[in-house]
Structure formats: structure tokens, C-alpha cells
Design a protein around this ligand. Structure first.
Ligand code: HEM
Length: 209
């Protein structure tokens, strides 16, 4: 992988709660995580993706920390990892440290925080670019337990992911008609083999008579 940028607002309502009159707080960023209103950016990082984009991971060293309520709220989310597990889904892992609103102290590494799934993407094998826009990010059970307040299944802000690899190292996306033609081809092959097999059997039977 040559480069990648992930753009994600985390959750707009949480940002406005933090910066508003209730929590009167702020957020800080560090390392490969930056903030450019209204989104966090994970940039640089390391990792790889398979040419057909069904496997791989992107890792960033850095963190974003939410603070509020004069220090009672301080949740740090660090070292984001996106682990691709199909051509339209990844899992976002985060290290989580903080107290939930129910006063449960959490310090967990590699929490499978949210699922990221998409239907909109553009792939350009010639230039080696792959970009996903508006991926749905949904909090998992583990994410809900570590962050608190929001239940599992909560919609977070949508995520954009842009990856660039060595030109020529990404496969063309599989077209639906490609799958249909493939299935037709396989069907034709099976019929031909069936025909040959019957012929051979018939000629053997004739030979025995
Ligand atoms: C002094 C302690 C705290 C007080 C008084 C407090 C108060 C509140 C209140 C009144 C709301 C409702 C805001 C609204 O409906 O607009 C809220 C929402 C919330 N609080 Fe706290 N809170 C405290 C600590 C925490 C801590 C430690 C966390 C940990 C992350 C937290 C996370 C949240 C979240 C995620 C929401 C929902 C925000 C949204 O998306 O609307 N709170 N809190």
C-alpha cells in the first residue's frame, strides 16, 4: 500500500454534545489522527489490501481524545485499524481508555468497535486507487460496552476511505454480467462433458454387444 486516508466524523451528535454547553469540552488529536472540521482523518499508516479487496488491513498510530465535564469525561480512542473481511465490509478496531457515563472504567486494546459497510466505491486499477464513500459505520456490542451510552447497532457518522497502491495491483471489480457469463460458461462445459460421457458409454455398450 502506498497511501491511505480515512475521513470520519465519529458521531456528529457526540461532537456537538462535547463542544456544547452540557459537557463544555473539546477533543484533541495526536499522531496519524488529525481533525479537519467536521471530520477526523487517519492518514499515512501501514497495511496492505489483497488485489480483489476482500482481505487486508490499514493501521494508524495516533489517537483522538474527547474531554468534557471538567475532566470527568475523558475517553481516548487510539490506533485505529480497519480490517477488511469481504469486498464490502471492514471492522474498525480501536484501543479504548476512559470512563463511561455509567462510571464503568474501561481500558481495552483492539476493541472491535464498529462495522463499516459500503455499496459505493470506485476502483481504478490503472492508477491503483480505490475509494469508498459514505460507508455505514455501526457500533458493535464490544464497541457499545467500551464506549457506553450508545447501544450496539447505533449509527455513527459515515466514513470515507481512499487507498492507493502500486498501479496495476488492484483487480477490476467483478461485474454482475461477468458472474452471469461465468455461470453460463460453466453450464455449457457441464453439458458438453455430459454429452461426451454419454457417447463414450453408448459406444462401450455397443462394443460389448
Ligand atoms: C458529569 C458527568 C456527566 C454528565 C452530567 C452528563 C450529562 C449528559 C447529558 C445531560 C446528556 C444528554 C445530552 C443531550 O441530550 O443533548 C449526555 C449525553 C451523553 N453523554 Fe454524558 N454526562 C456525563 C458524563 C459522561 C461520560 C463520562 C461519558 C463518556 C463518554 C458521557 C457520554 C455521553 C454520550 C455519548 C451522550 C450522548 C450524546 C449524543 O449523541 O447526543 N457522558 N450526558
Amino acid at each position: 500500500m502506498q497511501d491511505s486516508v480515512v475521513t470520519w466524523g465519529f458521531k456528529e451528535s457526540f461532537r456537538s454534545y462535547i463542544s456544547g454547553s452540557i459537557a463544555q469540552g473539546e477533543w484533541l488529536v495526536q499522531g496519524e489522527v488529525t481533525y479537519d472540521t467536521p471530520s477526523f482523518r487517519f492518514e499515512g499508516g501501514t497495511g496492505s489490501v489483497s488485489p480483489n479487496r476482500t482481505q487486508g488491513n490499514l493501521r494508524y498510530e495516533g489517537s483522538f481524545v474527547f474531554k468534557g465535564h471538567s475532566g470527568i469525561l475523558e475517553t481516548s480512542l487510539s490506533n485505529p485499524v480497519l480490517k477488511f473481511d469481504s469486498d464490502s465490509r471492514a471492522v474498525l478496531f480501536l484501543d479504548v481508555v476512559g470512563d463511561t457515563m455509567d462510571e464503568v472504567s474501561v481500558e481495552s486494546d483492539d476493541v472491535a468497535f464498529a462495522t463499516v459497510s459500503w455499496s459505493e466505491e470506485t476502483i481504478d486499477p490503472a492508477s491503483g486507487t480505490w475509494s469508498i464513500t459514505d460507508a455505514a459505520v455501526v457500533l458493535t456490542e464490544d464497541g457499545a460496552a467500551a464506549f457506553g451510552t450508545y447501544p450496539a447497532g447505533e449509527e455513527m457518522d459515515p466514513m470515507d476511505i481512499a487507498v492507493s497502491v502500486t498501479p496495476g495491483c488492484l483487480e477490476e471489480p467483478q461485474q454482475p454480467w461477468g458472474i452471469v457469463l461465468g455461470a453460463l460458461g460453466l453450464g455449457a462445459l457441464v453439458s458438453v462433458l455430459g454429452l461426451v460421457f454419454t457417447r463414450v458409454r453408448k459406444s462401450r455398450e455397443q462394443g460389448r454387444q
